[in-house]
Design a protein around this ligand. Structure first.
Ligand code: CA
Length: 659
């Protein structure tokens, strides 16, 4: 997430009601946060607001509009919560909380931990969550995963993936799109979930799918687009991806149907979580229940803004930390989510990220956690406490995006016209090598020549996400186009294959942006967070047009899965068994993997990345090899022999061979 939704109203807001203050004496409840507990004879309501003078719950017949048909005063407990039990079967009733602070009734709020909400998430609903389980949910299981080194990530936006009519998908732009099998483009090639299994990815990271604020759920007949980095309800699925946002149960049930279909297809589901800021601080549930507590403030009392979106939350505050831990566990337990991608993780503190990892390990240690090891602006907490990329070694079991290789391949994020290794700009080799080893302290890397990090930051290679393209900035096809104005289509495909080879053979965890495998572009739009479908959609006819690229990437994923040498998993193994080979000249990188030492059927593997515009000679250890990748083609069954020590690698391509 990068500066995508700057809410001027929030940024310009003056100091909130109290500004920075001492929250140390605020009590923290011991048990789980539970704002609504339903039984058929009674519903218990509870809201945390230690400094409130009074509190009440308002009951409504509808999710929006009208007046409450009843309001009940809440009673304060020593742990800072206010609660009451209302007799009768309240299933389907909507509710809001209201607290009186400093003599003033705050506006109504659905609460910080609503589990079901009406349209646009303004009122919560009393729900029997068991009734939202689709048939077969109890038997739903997370697909097996032995090691984080086996993870292959695919980042996806619901609309991008299925809104194109040529997708052949019925529920375009919806959760249910990912439950539809047998869908094809006009050329008869698989789209949708079948496309994902064909490609071979095993983790799909869905862009924000909690309830966010920037799409109006009451007018879905008009196409609206947003990435969704503007959280309103952290613990409820977004309504616009459901077939009926007016009915609170529909989005919950359809989200679960999606997860179950993905699990059956062998794919784990990763949620993009954006606890670092909210859509609008003043109207947020955080602010309306416990004013100022959940946000960091500048010295003058205004909201700190490390997110670039008008506010930054305070994970270092005990209740916010508890909230994040419980929210993550809730998605795991209620929705069977398999992984989390933390937006602007650098805003959160290390202690919170470690608390989350520990709590998740208690459920299932194979749940993958990673995040952006940076912030949009300097957060209001000392850097040494923050989960920035440079501190990833202090949060074991959590990975961060490796922008060193990304920008070493395509060029810096601040200038779309700037190219790097891919287009033959010398001096980027060490940055790419940094990504190949997975950001670990490898002796063959000259860290003084790495673009952003002058030392390794990952303790293990699985702590680095290896990528060249994601939702932020130009996608790789656009970036290649922007940096090679005169390149033919064939040349651009060659460069994209070269980039994806670096990603998919890296010792880090590989990550693909949806559609990169079919040369998806965004018409050159750099920040497409609210661009129309015409910019953002994957055009499924391109799967036919770029079949060759698709099969290249599919085959590389298969190669990675079949060969542990490409995913050794630990720093020790990578240092021992990956050696860079000396090369002459620029824009060529060659390395050798000792496959035998890590149980690979291939004893020794040579990988060469050559971005020169001419074939380049590389010296390799003398031997008889079988070539499996050459000049943009994968031949895993291997019928192309090479014998000798002086290898000619074709222009702008990767070469992989083994003995
Ligand atoms: Ca919403």
């Amino acid at each position: 997430m990068k500066l995508k939704n700057i809410l001027l109203t929030s940024m310009l807001s003056t100091a909130l009601s109290m500004g920075a203050q001492d929250f140390k004496d605020w009590p923290i409840p011991v048990g789980p946060i539970s704002e609504m507990s339903y039984s058929s004879s009674m519903t218990h309501f509870c809201v945390w607001s230690p400094k409130a003078e009074q509190a009440k719950v308002n009951l409504y017949h509808h999710g929006t509009g009208g007046l409450p048909y009843e309001s009940y005063p809440l009673k304060k407990a020593a742990d800072g919560t206010w609660s009451t039990s209302v007799k009768g079967n309240l299933k389907g009733v909507f509710y809001t909380f209201q607290v009186l602070v400093n003599g003033k009734w705050q506006d109504e709020t659905q609460g910080i931990f609503a589990k079901a909400v009406g349209v646009n998430g303004v009122r919560a609903q009393v729900m029997d969550m068991r009734e939202t389980n689709p048939a077969g949910w109890e038997a739903d299981q997370r697909p097996a995963l032995n090691s984080f080194s086996d993870v292959v990530l695919y980042e996806m936006h619901h609309r991008d993936f299925s809104v194109d009519p040529e997708s052949g998908i019925r529920h375009q732009g919806k959760y249910l799109a990912l439950t539809e099998h047998g869908t094809k483009n006009r050329g008869g090639l698989a789209t949708g979930i079948d496309h994902l299994t064909e490609l071979g990815v095993n983790h799909v990271h869905i862009l924000p799918s909690y309830d966010y604020g920037s799409v109006d759920e009451t007018r879905l007949h008009t196409p609206q687009y947003n990435w969704g980095y503007d959280p309103v309800n952290y613990n409820v699925p977004e309504g616009s991806y459901s077939t009926n946002p007016e009915d609170p149960a529909t989005r919950i049930k359809e989200f679960k149907q999606m997860v179950m279909a993905m699990h059956r297809a062998g794919i784990r589901v990763v949620l993009d979580v954006v606890y670092n800021h909210v859509f609008d601080a003043n109207s947020s549930a955080f602010q309306r229940t416990a004013p100022d507590y959940f946000f960091r403030h500048n010295d003058d009392g205004t909201l700190a803004n490390g997110s670039g979106c008008g506010n930054e939350t305070a994970s270092d505050m005990p209740m916010m930390r508890k909230y994040m831990v419980e929210s993550v566990l809730y998605w795991i337990n209620e929705y069977h989510i398999d992984g989390f991608r933390f937006d602007l993780m650098g805003i959160h503190d290390l202690e919170t990220m470690n608390a989350i990892r520990e709590a998740v390990n208690n459920v299932d240690a194979s749940i993958f956690i990673y995040g952006e090891g940076w912030a949009a602006a300097t957060p209001k907490l000392p850097d040494t406490k923050l989960a920035m990329k440079a501190h990833v070694a202090e949060i074991p079991g959590i990975a961060a995006f490796g922008d060193e290789m990304r920008d070493g391949l395509r060029g810096g994020w601040s200038n779309d016209k700037e190219g790097a290794f891919l287009i033959g700009v010398p001096g980027n080799e060490e940055s790419v090598k940094f990504g190949i080893v997975g950001a670990i302290n490898h002796p063959d890397i000259d860290f003084s020549k790495v673009n952003y990090s002058k030392e390794a930051w990952a303790a293990q290679p699985t702590q680095m996400i290896s990528y060249v393209s994601c939702h932020d900035d130009m996608c790789i096809a656009d970036r290649i186009k922007a940096t090679t104005e005169k390149a033919s289509k064939e040349e651009r495909v060659r460069l994209q294959k070269l980039a994806e080879t670096a990603v998919l053979t890296s010792q880090g965890v590989p990550f693909i942006w949806c559609g990169d495998e079919v040369m998806r572009d965004k018409k050159g739009v750099h920040n497409s967070f609210n661009s129309p479908d015409s910019i953002n959609t994957i055009l499924w006819k391109q799967k036919s047009e770029y079949q060759d690229l698709f099969y290249y990437m599919k085959n590389l994923i298969t190669l990675r899965k079949n060969h542990p040498a490409f995913r050794m998993g630990t720093t020790d193994k990578v240092i021992k068994n990956l050696r860079f080979l000396p090369v002459k000249g620029n824009n060529v990188i060659a390395y050798k993997l000792n496959g035998e030492a890590v149980g690979d059927a291939w004893k020794e593997i040579i990988v060469v990345l050559n971005s020169n515009k001419k074939a380049t000679k590389v010296e390799v250890p003398q031997g008889e090899y079988t070539v499996v990748v050459r000049d943009g083609q994968v031949y895993e069954s291997g019928s192309m022999p090479f014998k000798g020590h002086s290898l000619l690698v074709p222009a702008q391509s990767a070469l992989i061979m083994y003995k």
